[in-house]
Design a binder for this molecule. Structure first.
Ligand code: ADP
Ligand code: MG
Length: 238
């Protein structure tokens, strides 16, 4: 689903070049649930933004869901983001002047889907995230957990095979955080949607089956959860 080859991101500062990401290579398979962990400022969000086509690398290659991101025009990049990736952010990033239904329908409307199709899709999505009947409410009328569920519904609108979530539980209390993780896990397990989630919460990372750790722009650890157990079991049985 994702191939990252020798990707660096450099910012030119007065003090000189600053490497937010240093020559990283990773492969993420279809259907994986990956957590990206690391201290604040280590490059987690930068990496997620590159994968999602929100930003471009200084060097290296990214291939996401069959799309080679380096050579895209601005229009192609917009289309890639709209159709191939669902984004979920810590602060939800819903548009406050739009209703729940309008927020969820943003990319559908941008893609000029017919009105009745948008209506039935929004209704289904609200059901999927357990917010039936909230169509005409505004984001400010919802709790944080509900707003994040709207954000997830919006992310799913174009049926992307990949969800990129940057600290999706960061603003939520324990219970709401668990609900969001459960929803992401369900989408991963039942619909085989690939999930890449930035988090610095160990408990949130436990929802993932692979944990990639970044420090100072470099991947310093990459381990599979669960599968490791099977491997060691297999070797102890051999
Ligand atoms: P994280 O998400 O792990 O907290 P980020 O990916 O947001 O870290 O940032 C990584 C590093 O890159 C930080 O040191 C940050 O200050 C720096 N950085 C991010 N964006 C810019 C920018 N536009 N200009 C200069 N430095 C930046
Ligand atoms: Mg960040």
């Amino acid at each position: 689903m994702i191939t990252i080859q020798e990707v660096s991101k450099v910012y030119s500062l007065e003090s000189g070049d600053f490497f937010a990401l240093k020559n990283n290579s990773i492969h993420i398979n279809k259907g994986d649930f990956v957590a990206i962990m690391g201290p604040s400022g280590s490059g987690k969000s930068t990496l997620l933004q590159l994968i999602g086509g929100l930003d471009q690398p200084s060097s290296g290659n990214l291939i996401v869901d069959g799309v080679q991101l380096n050579n895209l025009t601005e229009n192609e990049r917009t289309l890639f983001r709209r159709t191939k990736v669902g984004f979920v952010f810590q602060n939800y990033q819903l548009l406050p002047m739009m209703t729940v239904a309008e927020n969820i329908a943003l990319s559908l409307s941008a893609n000029k889907a017919p009105k009745d199709e948008i209506h039935s899709r929004v209704k289904q999505l609200l059901k999927d995230v357990k917010l039936e009947g909230k169509e005409t409410q505004f984001p400010s009328q919802l709790s944080g957990g509900q707003q994040q569920r709207v954000a997830i519904a919006r992310a799913l609108a174009m049926k992307p095979r990949l969800i990129l979530a940057d600290e999706p539980t960061g603003n939520l209390d324990q219970k709401n955080g668990e609900d969001i993780l459960q929803l992401l896990s369900k989408l991963n397990k039942e619909e085989q949607i690939t999930v890449v989630m930035v988090t610095h919460d160990q408990q949130a990372a436990a929802a993932a089956d692979r944990i990639i750790v970044i420090r100072d722009g470099e991947i310093v650890n990459d381990r599979k959860r669960g599968v490791m157990g099977h491997e060691s079991m297999a070797s102890s049985l051999a």
